[in-house]
Design a protein around this ligand. Structure first.
Ligand SMILES: [Zn+2]
Length: 136
């Protein structure tokens, strides 16, 4: 096989996949070269063999989008729930302490709350950062 046939067969492959047009030069060579005729015949037959594989998978992009949205919504609701629970626990603790603890120590308790509240929020904070990382 000479280099001209090699080049032409690459062109034939392009033509076969619809990325090139059958020019007069290609047509003339094809008419007189047995090697290239056989090659052209073979890729035409290949098309028939591969035809059953040439289909678009049945994917519903709307369904995928909806599923992703549902997941996101659920996550948001869960985060809100977590936040509300932590908030309620602190409110109840403040209420209980203000009723039961000696008012002289209430100031220290408040200090303790202000210092520890940010620490208890850290898991929510890190979860949020991790989530935003994974979304790019
Ligand atoms: Zn040829």
């Amino acid at each position: 096989m000479d280099t001209k046939c090699k080049e032409l067969q690459l062109l034939l492959m392009d033509i076969h996949y619809g990325e090139g047009k059958m020019s007069e030069k290609v047509r003339e060579h094809l008419a007189e070269c047995i090697d290239c005729q056989v090659y052209w015949q073979e890729i035409q037959e290949l098309k028939g063999i591969l035809a059953p594989l040439d289909f678009d998978p049945d994917i519903s992009h709307t369904d995928i989008d909806n599923a992703l949205l549902r997941g996101k919504k659920r996550e948001t609701v869960f985060e809100l729930f977590q936040f509300v629970v932590v908030g309620l626990i602190y409110l109840v603790m403040v209420f209980l302490v203000s009723k039961r603890v000696n008012p002289n120590y209430y100031f220290y308790y408040q200090g303790f709350l202000y210092l520890t509240l940010p620490l208890f929020s850290l898991p929510i904070f890190f979860r949020r950062i991790k989530k935003e990382d994974s979304h790019g």
